[in-house]
Design a protein around this ligand. Structure first.
Ligand code: TZP
Ligand code: MG
Length: 217
């Protein structure tokens, strides 16, 4: 329930992706995100050495701590633990949530990507703290991504699953309002934010859209 409060009050959840950030480094990007008021950041990097990721992740962890923001590490449980992240995010083909819990303990948040009602129900049983809901729309950002689940799955989760929900996949300033109106606690975005010319301005725009959409729920 405490986890759900964090996600509901945050509204926007941004992920890093150095391939999409137009040459700007992750630390600069995250600093701009946090300065613009972002409250949840996920470190998501592919194909880099463990040492490179550790150093970058540690610096981002310090930044998020100084802003009082929630910091989540994608996929890599050891890395999440080594930098004392607030949470770790895993997918359906990663270690099962109870095994992750055994490793990270009770105080670290565990997020699980889900794509079907059965997976969402299992996430509750297994003790996840929040679920990813998606991909809502089609996206070019993630290669091994499944077919879009659409807003009907967002509706299902809003009505039936008590966990915090983070909608993801193809969400941008043009469609974020409908995702929030359909009941997602948070909207997760990569390309629309990290590829923006002015990250601060884009964050502020999207946060305004999220606040407006909540009032229409
Ligand atoms: N998981 C499901 S879709 C996705 C991830 C990590 C990528 C989302 O990126 P974008 O650019 O916001 O569509
Ligand atoms: Mg993963």
């Amino acid at each position: 329930i405490r986890a759900r409060d964090v996600f509901q009050s945050a509204g926007l959840y941004c992920l890093t992706d150095s391939k999409l950030s137009c040459g700007r480094n992750n630390l600069t990007i995250v600093e701009q995100m946090l300065s613009a008021g972002l409250r949840i950041v996920q470190y998501r990097e592919k194909n880099q050495s463990q040492l490179t990721m550790y150093k970058e992740c540690l610096a981002i962890r310090d930044l998020t701590r100084s802003f009082g923001a929630t910091f989540i590490v994608n996929d890599d449980i050891a890395l999440a633990m080594a930098v004392c992240a607030d949470g770790v995010h895993v997918g359906q083909d990663d270690l099962p949530v109870p095994a992750v819990r055994l490793l990270v303990g009770e105080s670290m948040l565990i997020g699980l990507s889900t794509h079907t009602p059965e997976q969402a129900q299992a996430a509750v049983r297994l003790g996840a703290d929040y679920i990813g809901v998606g991909p809502v729309y089609s996206t070019l950002t993630k290669k091994d991504v499944g077919n879009p689940v659409g807003l009907s799955y967002v509706d299902y989760v809003a009505k039936n699953i008590a966990l915090a929900s983070v909608a993801i996949g193809g969400i941008n300033a043009a469609n974020v309002a409908e995702v929030i109106r359909h009941g997602a606690d948070c909207a997760a975005m990569i390309s629309d934010i990290v590829s923006a010319a002015d990250i601060s301005q884009q964050i502020q725009l999207v946060q305004t859209l999220i606040k407006q959409a909540r009032r229409l729920r």
